[in-house]
Design a protein around this ligand. Structure first.
Ligand SMILES: *[C@@H]1O[C@H](CO)[C@@H](O)[C@H](O)[C@H]1NC(C)=O
Ligand SMILES: *[C@@H]1O[C@H](CO)[C@@H](O)[C@H](O)[C@H]1NC(C)=O
Ligand SMILES: *[C@@H]1O[C@H](CO)[C@@H](O)[C@H](O)[C@H]1NC(C)=O
Ligand SMILES: *[C@@H]1O[C@H](CO)[C@@H](O)[C@H](O)[C@H]1NC(C)=O
Length: 629
């Protein structure tokens, strides 16, 4: 594709305008002719989520599968209630091969009242009046007994008051595992999230009984009401970022991939980063969620290297390649394949949308073994799935890979200034047919390199500056996803996440709003304009939404003073007014649980025309929209 460098056609002009401080104003001349379409996949999400986030399960450590029996740590999130003796044991008769452990509960003799155990959730459980919670557990009596009675499952506030409860029958004759399903409807909304899920028996009736429990689960209503589904609030916050409408906003000129945005997930066991992931939210749930939000997944397969670990030898890769083939067939294979048939048996006979498969993840950590792993995986997977694109995860061009990758996934975690100073990263990349996915990026520190606790306006503006470069280079950058996506306020592996959730809330970061502003104002054609200075602090990108003749100008100012710009537009008919959506704040301003809405986008009306000026506030991301034709 021919790329026009507009700096050659229209040089950067400087002039003095009457702003306080007499700042230089940049004149930006915009082309009427698009250089390339904006890929509909450009702005998306990246997932490596553990439990306690998007997955709606309310109970932590529900099946005891990642703990050591007999240790106090094994009881993480569990508490004894009213004198019961509880411990995690290795079951002699496990409920399944995958879940070898169980909670062993002894009701003491000589006690009365409600005796049992409780779960404190993921640092709390949100309970609201009128909500029905769907729960279940498995139980068995290790030794047959004559006990016939009930257990009470309830939600209790921090002060011990019952918010909602139900009773379920238990039988001492039940020495094999039995599942009990129940619902609890809450009659009140407690004042905080310090609520517990409690299972008790009557101390007198159950005196001396021993009962084992496992896979205790409790869900609130989920997003789109999928059983085993996602939290409504988090999924809705992500939906708010725009994917739902993207399919309706693309113009007819585009070569559409068929889905509206992308979602990268590192499928398979991803305990690599130290967070707990019970796989409750599995491949099918992610795929279903992508379908719900009209998103297209980019799926990673495991490629013979464990992060921080060792590489599988070349002659031993066979089973892992087969596993990758099976995983892909689960997503797109016909029902004549075993994984495709499994998908059909789980209620989804038709294949999911899948175009891109990533071979490994961050294999620059094992650049010495990636060449043989890449060659083995890609040759086998290409033969099995000639229609798919396979993406490399090393540094671009290094090591040399055969066959040459058609796509690369590029990751970068850096300072705000790094992002602002690297907006030309992809302008410098040779156009040789290779496409790029900026699969993980975030400003995670301040400019001195100190880790941020929450994103700041400065870090978000740095990312915004970089994103103007991604948009300008979207002839070769086909997708980008901020990472990580979800974090828990107290229980997290990585503090800088696009949204942070507690048991009951979702906090939207400054970066979240930058992502949202870019996603909802994407346009479908890129219009070249005077290039920003490579060493400057003001950056912009101009796109057009052809279906509505809307011009969308993104302006990012990373400096601590305002920046004046004059736009010259080559259109005959330009609206005399438009909308500015502006995210701005102090350099160190963050949205936090105590001040969640400190920095949010604000709208205003601006004067536009064939030539108009815009004053970008200090440390800001502005989206200017108006019609022009
Ligand atoms: C409990 O619910 C699960 C999931 O819906 C179902 O498969 C199971 O049969 C139910 N068990 C009982 C005893 O009703
Ligand atoms: C866009 O996607 C949504 C969600 O899948 C769907 O309901 C809607 O009909 C789609 N619209 C178009 C024009 O494809
Ligand atoms: C912002 O925080 C940094 C430390 O991260 C500090 O050096 C700087 O002075 C702060 N800036 C403002 C404007 O408060
Ligand atoms: C701000 O303007 C945008 C674009 O016109 C619009 O989509 C959005 O709803 C507006 N937001 C508010 C809070 O009015």
């Amino acid at each position: 594709m021919l790329r026009i460098d507009w700096a050659v056609l229209s040089g950067v002009l400087f002039g003095i305008v009457g702003l306080v401080g007499a700042q230089a104003s940049v004149t930006v001349s915009v082309s009427a002719t698009a250089s390339h379409p904006i890929p509909t996949t450009l702005w998306g999400y990246m997932f490596e989520s553990g439990d306690g986030g998007l997955y709606a399960e309310l109970l932590q450590n529900r099946a005891f599968q990642q703990v050591t029996p007999g240790t106090s740590g094994a009881l993480n999130a569990w508490q004894a209630v009213n004198g019961a003796t509880i411990s995690v044991i290795r079951e002699s008769v496990p409920v399944s091969n995958a879940l070898p452990n169980a909670l062993h509960v002894v009701i003491p003799t000589g006690h009365s009242g409600a005796i049992g155990f409780a779960n404190t959730g993921f640092s709390g459980i949100e309970v609201t009046s009128g909500t029905t919670y769907t729960g279940s557990f498995f139980y068995r009596f290790p030794t047959s007994s004559s006990f016939r009675g009930t257990a009470t499952a309830s939600l209790q506030s921090s002060s011990g008051s019952t918010l909602g409860s139900t009773t379920v029958p238990l039988s001492g004759a039940q020495t094999s595992w039995a599942q009990v399903n129940f619902t609890i409807r809450s009659g009140s909304t407690p004042s905080n999230l310090n609520n517990r899920f409690v299972v008790t028996l009557d101390g007198v009736a159950a005196s001396g009984q021993t009962i084992n429990f496992v896979m205790l689960s409790l869900f609130p209503p989920t997003f789109n009401n999928h059983p085993n589904g996602m939290r409504q609030d988090i999924a809705s916050a992500l939906q708010e970022m725009g994917p739902w409408q993207w399919n309706t906003t693309v113009g007819p000129l585009l070569n559409r991939p068929g889905a509206s945005t992308i979602s990268l997930f590192k499928a398979g066991r991803s305990g690599d980063w130290g967070y707990v992931n019970t796989d409750g939210l599995g491949l099918l749930e992610y795929l279903t969620w992508c379908e719900d939000l009209n998103m297209e997944p980019i799926m990673a397969v495991w490629a013979g290297y464990a992060l921080g670990g060792t590489s599988v030898a070349q002659n031993s890769l066979g089973p892992y390649i087969q596993q990758a083939i099976d995983q892909i067939n689960f997503v797109i294979g016909g029902t004549n394949t075993a994984p495709g048939a499994l998908r059909a048996s789980l209620g989804h006979p038709s294949p999911f949308k899948l175009t891109y498969v990533e071979i490994g993840n961050e294999d620059f950590f094992a650049a010495n073994t990636y060449p043989y792993r890449w060659t083995s995986f890609v040759n086998a997977l290409k033969a099995a799935f000639p229609q798919l694109h396979f993406m490399a995860t090393t540094n671009i061009g290094s090591p040399v890979l055969t066959p040459k990758p058609t796509e690369y996934d590029v990751h970068v975690y850096q300072t705000p200034n790094w992002f602002a100073q690297n907006t030309f990263f992809y302008d410098n990349i040779q156009r040789d047919g290779t496409k790029y996915f900026e699969g993980e990026y975030a400003a995670t520190t301040d400019n001195s390199g100190s880790r941020l606790q929450f994103q700041t306006m400065q870090s978000a503006a740095g990312e915004g500056a970089f994103m103007t470069g991604l948009e300008r280079n979207s002839d070769i950058v086909f997708a980008a996803s901020y990472a990580p996506l979800l974090g828990h306020v107290t229980n997290n592996q990585w503090v800088i996440c696009l949204t942070t959730n507690s048991a009951g809330n979702v906090y939207r970061s400054t970066s979240f709003y930058v992502q949202k502003l870019f996603s909802l104002n994407r346009g479908d054609e890129y219009l070249p304009s005077t290039l920003p200075s490579r060493t400057g602090t003001t950056f912009w990108s101009v796109v057009r939404k052809t279906s509505t003749n809307q011009l969308i100008i993104k302006v990012v100012n990373t400096a601590t003073s305002a920046s004046g710009l004059t736009f010259n537009l080559p259109f005959t008919s330009v609206a005399t007014s438009g909308t500015a959506q502006v995210l701005t704040g102090g350099a160190n301003d963050s949205n936090t649980p105590t001040n969640p809405n400190l920095v949010i986008p604000k709208n205003s009306t601006i004067t536009t025309g064939r030539s108009f000026s815009y004053n970008a506030p200090a440390i800001s991301v502005s989206i200017l929209t108006f019609t022009a034709s």
